[in-house]
Design a protein around this ligand. Structure first.
Ligand SMILES: [Zn+2]
Length: 203
């Protein structure tokens, strides 16, 4: 091994380490991507690097629903065609993508950015519940749809929210019918999600 090769190898190792931190990318895939990038031309690598940076620099969270947005208020919250009497509560912004894909829901959303999980030290104050309660102050919302995952944490969060919201006289429904236990919304297929939206039941 020559000396000038050492920095290159260090750079590759670093890239593999960083790629390995991404969800769903194991050490083998990380290595495969790193060597692919090594072979690719510089312009292509630049495009990828810029896309990664711009997603951090040009996006923020909507100040109303906490969805990912390029503006203070996201496109869903700004859309007059949406039914403002309904709010569907989800754990992550990608859950909105899955639900929007079904084209069966026209209300608003609220992203908690997590779920209550005592075992992982996640309490009600660690997710955006306080912000949700603020949104319900003006009495314009008549239905809350609990769209948290059907995992243990998602169910715990749904129960917590139901106890908190029902006393306000707002109808609380659960997006669960047809969704098997343990389902993460973002991985559910359109047909299942559509059934879950249309068949939502009072919780
Ligand atoms: Zn929004």
């Amino acid at each position: 091994m020559t000396q000038e090769l050492t920095p290159t190898i260090e750079a590759v190792t670093k890239l593999v380490q960083e790629l390995n931190k991404l969800p769903g990318i194991g050490p083998k895939s990380a290595q495969r991507i790193a060597f692919y990038l090594l072979r690719t031309d510089e312009d292509q690598a630049k495009l990828l690097a810029e896309a990664i940076l711009s997603v951090k620099q040009k996006t923020r969270l909507c100040s109303a629903c906490f969805n990912v947005s390029e503006t203070e208020i996201c496109t869903i919250c700004r859309n007059d065609q949406r039914d403002r009497t309904k709010i569907c509560i989800v754990e992550q912004p990608q859950d909105i993508l899955a639900l929007e894909h079904t084209k069966k829901y026209s209300g608003l959303y609220h992203v908690l950015h997590g779920a209550i999980s005592p075992t992982e030290g996640m309490g009600a104050d660690d997710v955006r519940i306080k912000e949700l309660m603020n949104r319900l102050q003006d009495g314009s919302v008549s239905e809350i749809i609990l769209g948290t995952n059907t995992t243990l944490e998602g169910e715990q969060t749904a129960f917590y929210l139901q106890r908190l919201i029902s006393p306000l006289g707002i109808k609380v429904t659960r997006l669960a019918r047809g969704l098997p236990f343990g389902t993460e919304l973002e991985y559910a297929d359109d047909v299942t999600l559509t059934r879950a939206i249309e068949g939502r039941q009072e919780f």
